[in-house]
Design a protein around this ligand. Sequence first.
Ligand SMILES: [Zn+2]
Ligand SMILES: [Zn+2]
Length: 250
Amino acid sequence: MDMFNFWWREVLEAMGEYFLFASSFFVLFYIILKKPLWFRKVQKKLPKLSDYGRDIIYSLISIGIFASVAVVVFFFNGEYTHIYRDIETYNWGYYLFTWVYMFFIHDTYFYWMHRMMHHPTLFKWVHLVHHKSTNPSPWTAYAFHPFEAFLEAMIVPILAFGIPIHGPAIGAFLFFQIIYNVYGHLGFELYPKNFHKTAIGKWINTSVAHNLHHKGFDGNYGLYFLIWDRWMGTLRKDYNTTYEMTTERQ
Ligand SMILES: [Zn+2]
Ligand SMILES: [Zn+2]
């Protein structure tokens, strides 16, 4: 396969996943279940058509950048990655550890990169693109300025050149990432009532938490977890009350 075909294959794969999940969540929540689940809508209003359009265009550009990073990592430097194919190369315990590792590394990288993006200069020139959606929808998932898309994609070399990770596990992890990303921007809360107060739920990032980040422009910087937000004191003060208001029928 030549470089261009490799790039196209990556684009089609990422585009397929983005459209599959963003459109199915969109049809399900913004059309079919809109009325019965409206009480679970974080902000009781809908984005404008132009918001969807802008988010989709930026997401397509981001996908092109993700594919370019994949070309550099896997097409040109595939032999230097620490990816392994056979689980027995290490053992099942190690394999399970790498899953915890991937979630923790990605969440940590995302949290600090995201906080950096909120520096006034970077925010104005770069991160504002993502924040144009103050009431995000599933289409917002990859709506980044090209430079931010590049930084977002750096998780791939971080995983590929770090500790040995099973190849299909990285693939499944990145597949899960898009689903969780779409959920984070969904605008409807899916976790059960009082989840935010449970021993586990306390530490998990929710659609309410990320929605508040888009609405209020600060706090709640995490991706999968609220671990760093709680440790660093950046969890928004309106998180608990908004979570409760969104998960209880008025
Ligand atoms: Zn932000
Ligand atoms: Zn966002």
